[in-house]
Design a protein around this ligand. Structure first.
Ligand code: ZN
Length: 68
């Protein structure tokens, strides 16, 4: 069954957090980042998770490049 294009915009929290993690490993497709943005606009929990991820990622980057 074909997926309704409107449905691509609504992901659940599990899918949203999967996309948030994936965004650090690869470039998200236009549809994926659109769905993610759409979800983040509406979900405080995932925005919170996003900022935690950003924090961890920045810390890890600093650790890796600042080393020693
Ligand atoms: Zn969510």
């Amino acid at each position: 069954m074909e997926k309704n294009p409107r449905e691509a915009e609504s992901v659940d929290c599990r899918e949203a957090s999967r996309l948030l993690c994936a965004a650090y490993e690869r470039k998200l497709s236009a549809t994926e980042s659109e769905s993610l943005t759409y979800h983040l606009d509406r979900c405080f929990m995932c925005r919170n998770f996003d900022s935690q991820l950003k924090f961890l990622h920045t810390a890890a980057e600093r650790f890796r490049s600042g080393g020693k």
